[in-house]
Each structure stands twice: as structure tokens, then as C-alpha cells.
Design a binder for this molecule. Sequence first.
Ligand SMILES: Cc1cc2nc3c(=O)[nH]c(=O)nc-3n(C[C@H](O)[C@H](O)[C@H](O)COP(=O)(O)OP(=O)(O)OC[C@H]3O[C@@H](n4cnc5c(N)ncnc54)[C@H](O)[C@@H]3O)c2cc1C
Length: 373
Amino acid sequence: MILIRDIRLPLSAGEQQAYEKALHLARIPRSRVSHLGIVKLSVDARHGQPKLVYTVAASLKEEGEEPAYAGASPSVTVRGRTDFSVENGTQPLAHRPVVCGLGPAGLFAALLLARQGYRPIVLERGPALEERVKAVEHFSATGELDENANIQFGEGGAGTFSDGKLTTRIGDELCGFVTEVFLEHGAPREIAWQQKPHVGTDLLRGVITSIRREIEALGGEVHFNTALTGFERRDGRLVGIRTTGGAFPCEALVFAVGHSARDTFGMLMDSGLVLECKPFSVGFRAEHLQSEIEKSLYHEAAGHPALPRGEYQLSQHVENCLLYTSDAADEEDRLDLVGSRIIKKKRINNRRKKTTTYICSINILRSRQKTLR
Ligand SMILES: Cc1cc2nc3c(=O)[nH]c(=O)nc-3n(C[C@H](O)[C@H](O)[C@H](O)COP(=O)(O)OP(=O)(O)OC[C@H]3O[C@@H](n4cnc5c(N)ncnc54)[C@H](O)[C@@H]3O)c2cc1C
């Protein structure tokens, strides 16, 4: 994919003009192009009348020709495919590897193992997506919680009921691999180039089940409604696991249980393993009038129909903490969860009042807790 940055245009210009200018700058003939998309639209309002600043993505019909355009201008770069090769072990495994948890971490671990021919066994304490959706709807209607089928547990893990924002702050090239898998399984093609891609709730569910079907088609097995409850060690090595569906031998286990499986963490600690907490985030909410943000960003041009919704980001290091904002204006029912129990439900986007809400997270970078209890 070719990225063409810093395409500056007046407020009266539209996307077509951005595409034309981008192709001209990169010297790409229109006839070679298969897709064009807007990666990012920002506004330069520093001097006089604001300017729209586009970043455009272009894919060519012949992908192999793309690197040739990289030097056309300093604003033109080429983003290649992620080379994701996996090194195989040297000793054959006596038993199939087991992946515990079918959230994003478990799903991708199982997919990679399946693609390498390992035919993994996946254990998921919750049900498959269709049954899980029913359990969540039942909870919304009655308040009766199923402890293994809810907004945290079940196929797809936590976040399955979100609108599938694929934004991270890590800039890891493996993110490209995740995007490629999502595209192969039906996510909209714009996620390949948008700066803040999101899959959308309905599509997200289809993508998750489609990835699981690929795992199964490659010989993997997914055991729903089956929780890992313990494991056996001999001479310090894993030799077997216990599950709610019975015990079986195992010497390679991937733990991908997310951050809500407190009973599982307890079981691991009781078995003598040492667990270490990751740095944690706490958040608070700040709400602004949308018009105030736009006045401050766009000055007298605020309210112009060509201008995108005004956003700001703040990040600050304070001793061992990183404070940053996360724009939550599009999220509707965000849920505060403790374990698998919902303690409070709040609607944070109020379109009628035209407010924008920012969740400010304070990430404690060097906090290390020795125990979880
Ligand atoms: C409401 C909500 C909305 C979110 N929206 C977004 C978003 O838009 N974009 C984004 O990037 N992130 C979002 N997140 C965060 C994202 O969902 C998590 O970062 C991600 O799910 C973590 O993945 P994981 O695989 O590590 O764990 P999880 O997704 O928590 O998956 C762990 C899985 O393990 C299973 N499990 C646990 N214990 C056992 C056991 N003993 N045996 C068998 N199975 C077990 C659980 O049932 C679960 O399915 C959201 C989270 C929530 C709660």
C-alpha cells in the first residue's frame, strides 16, 4: 500500500480532489490503481483560513509495482505486507497444544498454531457466539447473570459486544498481521488504511466466528462451555490439565484467559505459580461542549460543514505515570465491569447536548504488585 501524506487543500475541496493531488504527487497513473482511500483527515488551523490536510492510501493492481513509487516525494511511503514467520520447535510434541481462552489472544494463538499444522485444542469456558448473544440479551432483559456466558466470557472474549475499534497505541508491526487476518475473514477493506479503523458490531461477530471456523477446518478443536480448572506437573514440567469436561495429558499450554478470570488466577496462585500484574490504568471522565472544542481548534471557521469533528489528545508524563486522553465520543453504552459483574452502566455520549467525552487514563507504568489478592 502506498501512503501519500500532507495533501493540503482548501475547505471547499472534497475527497476526489485529494485523490487527484495525491496521485499527481506520487506520479501514479490512475490506470494502475485498484483502490484509493482516506487514511486521515486533519485540519491545519494555525494560520488564517484553515486547510484540510489529507493522508491518502493507494493500492495498485500489481502490488509488486508499489515500492517503485516510494521515492516520488518525501511525503510518499510504501507500507509492505507483514512478514510473520514462525519458528517451529525441533522436538515433536507428544500431544496437541492447548489454548485456554477464545478471546483475541487465544483466537490468534490458535490460528497461528492451526496454520502451522499443530491442530490445537481450544478450551473456552463460555459458549459459542450465538448462544452467548442470547445470554447477554437475557441479562439485559432480566438482570440474571450467567457467570460463564456474559459480556466478558464466551466466544470472542471481552470486547465482542463493542463496535470493534482496532486502535492500539503500540505501533507494533504485528498489528498488520491482525489486520490481514481480519480482512481475510470479512472485515471492511477500509481497515487496511484508516487511521482509526473499526469493524462494526455486526461484522465483528461474523469475523470472529469465521476465524474460529478456519481453526477448525485446519484440524483444530474448540471446546465451548469447558473451563480449565487445574493442571498437573511432574519434575517442574506440565504433563496434564484438568477441565470441567475431564482431564487429559498436555505439555504445551497457552494461557489467554484475559483479565477477568479471577477464579483461574486464584487456581494458578494456589498451585504455586508466581503471577505478576501488568501496569494498570485508571480512568476518569471529562465532558466538553463539542462547540467549545471546535472554537478552540478552528477559530472563526468553527462550524464549517467541511471540517471534521474537533478532537484533541493530551498526554503527559508525571513521575511514573502516563496521563493520556482517549476519545470516547462514539461509544454508546460503555460498561464498567468488576470481574464478570456489571456494577454500573452509563451512557456517555449525549448527542442531544452535543458533548464530547474523553476518558482520561492514567497508566501506572512501573507499578508491580507481587500478589493479586
Ligand atoms: C465492553 C468492552 C468493550 C471493548 N471495546 C474494545 C474495542 O473497541 N477495541 C479494543 O481494542 N478493545 C476493546 N476492549 C478491550 C478488549 O476486549 C480486550 O483488550 C481483549 O478482549 C483482551 O483479549 P484477551 O484475549 O487477552 O482476553 P479476553 O478477551 O478477556 O478473553 C479471555 C477468554 O478466556 C476465557 N476464559 C477465562 N478463563 C478461562 C478458563 N479457566 N478456561 C477456559 N476459558 C477461560 C474467557 O471466557 C474469555 O473468552 C473492550 C472491552 C470491553 C469489556
